[in-house]
Design a protein around this ligand. Structure first.
Ligand code: SF4
Length: 352
């Protein structure tokens, strides 16, 4: 891997699951990259493909039941087609994952310390129990667990939800991975604890210069954490760009819907919280054309029924590094004229 090459490079990734009812296309033609020290936010509703694509990065899919094509390079090494033994070396050493449900991810019958020691010894073969315990206590201390030398002997149920999530982060970081994948890491937590966990991830990133991929349905989390944002819908990338661009100048109606559910970004919260109508598409038999068309109020404005018949390409948006997938001739103009005045009335005066 060259010095300037991103640590994670996903190129034209497609993930399919054959089922009795047909083939589920969970991820289609997904490409993105993340450099060391940067954070990518992957956003979408459930079933958008955001978690499946990240499981593939870790090689956590069921190899017998999954068809994967394309390329996933971690630190220059190709993950697609790698043996389970090689993948196991990469997981934990170079890549770690923090899941949403810390209680389900921690074993209830073993102490926090025993689980941290096991994670450490898995990747530091020959490390003594004493050294591994010292590393476990240090990891708990680093994620802000008070009295770590005592709490290392506690069981998961003796920790609060927020503290358990800190333990999960400690578990992820005990081997100082270069890439951290956090899947809805704060969803089950209250707002204050959520902010603490996000701060912690940012502090740790500064310390280790890790690349982070944060998977979330919440653009508020992305606004807080991410340098770049990838919006997924129906298994495909539909918008990609620097976070500020996506938040301020979004160019895809689905992103507009996601943005309208972030009250804290609004000048007038009574105007916000406009839910996206309808439900996410079936990945077994996705809609023709743009998968968002059955829910999109702008589809009728595109001539020739293009939205329901032709899949839009992912094309450059109006600023550098911004990509969007939409047939509207000038989505940014539509956003400024039609969406912004509704979701943030203060903006309509500035843009009028
Ligand atoms: Fe809506 Fe058509 Fe754009 Fe899809 S392509 S987001 S249906 S306007």
């Amino acid at each position: 891997m060259g010095a300037s090459e991103p640590y994670l490079v996903v190129d034209d990734l497609t993930v399919k699951f054959p089922t009795e009812d047909g083939v589920v296309s969970a991820v289609s033609n997904l490409s993105y990259s993340v450099e060391m020290g940067r954070t990518l936010g992957i956003v979408g509703e459930s079933g958008s493909g955001k978690s499946v694509s990240s499981m593939a990065v870790l090689g956590l899919h069921d190899a017998k039941r999954t068809r994967i094509s394309g390329s996933i390079k971690v630190g220059g090494r190709e993950i697609v087609g790698m043996s389970e033994a090689e993948l196991a070396k990469i997981r934990g050493n170079d890549v770690a994952m923090i899941f949403q449900d810390a209680l389900a991810s921690l074993h209830p019958f073993f102490t926090i310390g025993a689980q941290l020691v096991e994670a450490y010894q898995l990747h530091h073969r020959g490390a003594s129990k004493r050294d591994a315990t010292r590393a476990a206590i240090e990891a708990l201390d680093r994620v802000g667990i008070p009295q770590p030398d005592a709490r290392v002997r506690d069981y998961p149920h003796q920790f609060s939800g927020g503290m358990r999530q800190r333990v999960m982060i400690a578990m992820g970081l005990i081997n100082s991975p270069r890439l951290l994948i956090a899947d809805e890491p704060t969803t089950a937590l209250d707002v204050t604890v959520q902010a603490q966990i996000l701060d912690l991830l940012q502090d740790l990133q500064r310390e280790y210069n890790s690349a982070i991929v944060i998977i979330t349905h919440d653009l508020g989390v992305v606004a807080e954490m991410a340098d770049d944002v990838l919006v997924m819908y129906g298994g495909r990338p539909v918008e990609y760009g620097p976070t500020r661009e996506i938040l301020v100048q979004p160019e895809m109606p689905y992103t507009w819907g996601l943005l309208s559910s972030i009250p804290e970004l609004s000048a007038d919260t009574t105007q916000r919280l406009v839910p996206i109508p309808g439900t996410p598409p079936s990945l077994l038999s996705p809609p023709s054309g743009c998968a968002f068309h059955p829910r999109c109020v702008y589809a009728s404005e595109v001539p020739g029924a293009l939205c329901s018949t032709v899949l839009p390409e992912l094309v450059p948006g109006s600023s550098a590094g911004h990509l969007r997938r939409c047939h509207l001739p000038d989505p940014l103009a539509t956003y400024r004229a039609r969406v912004l005045p509704v979701v943030d009335p203060s903006q309509s005066k500035e843009t009028a």
